[in-house]
Structure formats: structure tokens, C-alpha cells
Design a protein around this ligand. Structure first.
Ligand code: NI
Ligand code: MN
Length: 229
């Protein structure tokens, strides 16, 4: 599996068979991402929740293209279907298998609205994703979340991810200290911080986070750097 960080919470995960999964496609308006929406070519897009910094450019990328499958919560999937997107709605605990990857939606402690609409509108429950690749490598993308006990009892003990992508930015999500506790509860082999330094309000030093993580290895990719697992 290849993992590429696009800045903020946007990641590209590419399976061994070449399935390209784009998580939270915040590209065009993402201050830390140098790409344009037309530069990405996903087979699958996963949306953790409705906020603009996660929903991003999904409509622009996937509209009128039935070859791109979008996985989101039920409410977001309905919205996307009305925009001409091939969207599948799922909910906590459910999974879909696409090619050689199982994609499961799990919980996040956050909110979810379509905040780019004139009025903020309900966009279902916020979620996280667990990706299981065919060599049994598991990647957990936490979405936006605070610390919650099921990180230990469900994500850590039941799903046992090898790699955990955790927000550390504070203000909207866990801060580095909480994220380090999450890392100890989830207990993956590798933890990768996300959702920091994209805006002044979420400025954090990922090296300080690394110092707080004692149970697993912290990887701090640069934007557009590819890591292979
Ligand atoms: Ni959010
Ligand atoms: Mn966010």
C-alpha cells in the first residue's frame, strides 16, 4: 500500500492492485495542498463528514463520473447523488468491499454540517474509516474527533490498525496530548499526525507530538511525499 498526504486530512491510499482511494478531498482551498482538483484521479473517495475542509472538492471531482465511487454517511450520500455523484451511503460498523480493499465506517466524536451552504445544514453523523487491504494491512483515518473510549475498546482491541492517522490541531479536534493518548489506546505500529498547520488556528509542532507518543513510531510525512507499507 502506498500512502500520500495531501495536507490537512486529505490522503491518497493506493492498494497493491492499484485502487486509488482519496480520503477527505480538500484540495483546491487547502492552503497546504499545491494540487488542483483536476490533478487527482481516484477510483474511490471517502468523506468523513460534511465540513468544507473534508467534503472539499468531491462534487467537482466525481460529478457525472460513474467510475468514481464515493463512500460517505447516508445523509451526505443522498446530497451527492442529487449532484450527479455515484455515492454509496453507509453508517457506523458497516463496510463495503471495493476491489482488494474493505472500507469500514466507524465513529468519530465531532459534528457534521454542510457548512458551505448559505445556511449550515445537517450532514449526518461524523465518521472515521478503517481500510483493510488484501495483505491484511489496516489503516485507520480518524476524521475530525475528540478522544473517546471506543478508540481503546473498539478501534484498538477489535480492529487493531497498523497505521493510525490522527488529528492533532486542537480547536476543532484532539490536541497533541489527547492524540498521544489516542495513539496509546489504538496502539498501531505507526501513527501519522494530520489536521494541523493548514490554518493559523491549528498551528502545532508535530515533533512535540512525536515526543509524547511512546508506544509506537510516529511518521511525519511532507505534503505529497509517498510512504510505502
Ligand atoms: Ni470538522
Ligand atoms: Mn476539520
Amino acid at each position: 500500500m502506498k500512502l500520500k498526504w495531501l495536507g490537512h486530512s486529505a490522503f491518497e491510499l493506493t492498494s497493491n492492485k492499484g485502487l486509488n482511494i482519496l480520503v477527505d478531498p480538500f484540495i483546491q482551498a487547502n492552503p497546504s495542498c499545491p494540487l488542483n482538483a483536476r490533478d487527482v484521479h481516484p477510483d474511490v473517495i471517502c468523506i468523513t463528514h460534511g465540513h468544507a475542509d473534508h467534503f472539499g472538492d468531491v462534487v467537482e471531482i466525481a460529478k457525472n463520473n460513474p467510475n468514481i465511487i464515493v463512500i460517505a454517511n447516508y445523509e451526505i450520500s443522498i446530497y451527492l447523488q442529487r449532484k450527479g455523484v455515484n455515492a454509496i451511503g453507509i453508517n457506523y460498523g458497516a463496510h463495503v468491499k471495493i476491489e482488494d480493499v474493505e472500507i469500514r465506517m466507524l465513529k468519530a466524536e465531532h459534528t457534521s454540517t454542510f457548512d458551505f451552504e448559505i445556511d449550515t445544514k445537517y450532514a449526518g453523523n461524523p465518521g472515521s474509516f478503517l481500510f483493510t487491504f488484501d495483505d491484511d494491512l489496516k489503516v485507520y483515518h480518524a476524521g475530525d474527533t475528540g478522544l473517546f473510549s471506543d478508540m481503546k475498546f473498539v478501534i484498538g482491541e477489535v480492529y487493531k490498525p497498523d497505521i493510525a492517522l490522527l488529528p492533532i490541531g486542537n480547536i476543532f479536534t484532539m490536541d497533541p496530548k489527547e492524540a498521544a493518548i489516542a495513539a496509546s489506546w489504538i496502539n498501531p505500529e505507526f501513527v501519522i499526525p494530520m489536521h494541523y498547520n493548514s490554518f493559523p488556528s491549528i498551528a502545532q509542532d508535530p515533533n512535540e507530538f512525536e515526543k509524547m507518543v511512546t508506544n509506537c513510531k510516529t511518521l511525519i510525512p511532507k505534503v505529497l511525499q509517498t510512504l510505502e507499507f
